[in-house]
Write a protein that binds this ligand. Structure first.
Ligand code: A3P
Ligand code: MG
Ligand code: MG
Ligand code: MG
Length: 404
């Protein structure tokens, strides 16, 4: 449980803030009082000011997010097991959307609102209920409602009341927020890697929270990811258990536990500094990221291992525990990245000591609404490989331009 302290500042005061000091500074500045702060975490206020300092910020939100992602993973696992052709439903952009995408979004939206009743609720999520409101969507909607109710019942909570189809539509549409740089917003990809999900491969339920445009917590449930390393330089492991939950809160590090388990382990990115020993992740789907460009970058860097191709933000999770050293993502011309594809993954990696940036080395900016505008692509690595990776990326991109 987090504790809150109310401080009445009249002069220089030393305060202790768990979490992100920069974010805290920007908050108190906004209150209309001149506040000068220093690295020693002391602050001087020009007029009396009441500061409410939480020693464990975002703790309630973090617990709610873990609960929501874990339950959504349970729903998705059930559907993936029984996946029938008829569960695949075509959206206008032709990406397969299954009952699990909608069910997961409805469940996460419902649980976050239920667990945090006193907070304003804003959710930026991938799916909307448009197709489910049509006559042709009624059977699917009933199926989703049953799935959501079955999953809630399995939670064993006494306060459970059965949701109607209208409740489910409303919960899905709870995800219509546009996000932005003001206030708090949840960001959800109910199933990231839908193509992997349909194929029986990797996928993730990815949930993050933005505060003033910055990702402050992220949870990524990866039901098919082995608990043991999947890197190309993996050590032999006796465990073939799958299902990982990664979670990170700003300033507090990244942790992993077995989905449904309770023992958490702190994870760190690898500390490889020699690219020859590094291995890299990329999308399984060549349509999502140029495999040619990645292999040209890897060659320039001197990476020897073949690419590890997996779907979804499971790549960020695997990187955060050191399974590989680099994740390269270079969408084809005209594609615009969305925040829900990277928000949870990026904090999972940065809190584990890594860096997520665009191909020009800029930090990822989640404050501009649902799109994440990046220069050329997204690259993720550890601190030691950052400079050489950026050089190789620049060279490969220049070569690509001059060959056109
Ligand atoms: N043409 C494209 N280029 C890049 N990314 C794309 C894409 N089409 C879809 N995507 C995104 O790639 C995500 C999957 O990432 P990955 O390739 O790492 O598995 C998809 O998430 P969803 O599966 O949630 O729709 C989708 O948002
Ligand atoms: Mg999609
Ligand atoms: Mg996605
Ligand atoms: Mg998705």
């Amino acid at each position: 449980m987090g504790t809150q302290t109310t401080l009445w500042c009249r002069a220089r005061t030393t305060i202790s803030v768990g979490g992100d000091w920069k974010l805290f500074e920007s908050r108190i500045r906004k209150k209309g009082t001149t506040v000068s702060t220093s690295r020693s975490r002391s602050c001087f206020c020009s007029s009396p000011l009441t500061l409410i300092v939480s020693s464990m910020p975002y703790e309630k939100e973090f617990a709610a997010a873990k609960k929501a992602a874990t339950l959504a993973a349970r729903l998705c696992k059930k559907v993936q097991k029984a996946l029938l052709q008829s569960d695949v439903h075509s959206k206008s952009d032709k990406s397969p959307v299954t009952v699990a995408d909608y069910g997961s979004q409805a469940l996460v939206s419902f649980i976050l609102e239920r667990e945090l009743p006193s907070e304003p609720f804003s959710l930026v999520a991938e799916e909307d209920s448009g197709d489910l409101r049509k006559e042709s969507g009624q059977d699917t909607l009933k199926r989703i409602t049953e799935l959501v109710n079955d999953t809630l019942a399995s939670e064993g909570s006494n306060s459970f009341s059965t949701l109607t189809t209208d409740d489910v539509l409303a919960a899905i549409d709870g995800g219509k927020s546009e996000g932005g740089s003001v206030g708090r917003h949840w960001v959800l990809d109910p199933i990231d890697g839908t193509k992997g999900f349909v194929r029986g491969g990797q996928y993730a339920i990815a949930l993050a929270s933005l505060d003033e445009g910055k990702v402050v917590l992220g949870v990524s449930a990866c039901p098919n990811l082995p608990l043991a390393s999947i890197g190309s330089n993996q050590q032999l492991s006796s465990s073939n258990e799958v299902g990982c939950l990664f979670f990170a809160k700003v300033g507090d590090g990244t942790y992993m536990q077995a989905l449904g388990g309770s023992t958490q382990t702190r994870v760190h990115v690898c500390d490889i500094d020699n690219p020859e020993e590094a291995s890299f992740f990329e999308s399984f789907e060549a349509a999502h990221s140029s495999h040619d460009l990645s292999s040209s970058i890897a060659e320039k860097l001197g990476v020897k291992a073949p690419p590890v191709r997996i779907d979804s933000q499971a790549k960020y999770g695997a990187l955060s525990r050191g399974d590989g050293a680099i994740y390269l993502r270079f969408p084809h011309k005209g594609y615009r990245e969305k925040i829900w594809d990277h928000a949870a993954g990026s904090i999972v990696v940065t809190e584990a000591g890594g860096i997520a940036m665009d191909a020009a080395g800029n930090p990822l900016d989640f404050s501009k609404g649902k799109f994440l505008d990046v220069v050329s692509g997204i690259i993720v690595t550890n601190q030691k490989l950052k400079a050489s990776l950026l050089r190789a990326v620049k060279e490969a991109l220049n070569e690509k331009v001059s060959s056109l």
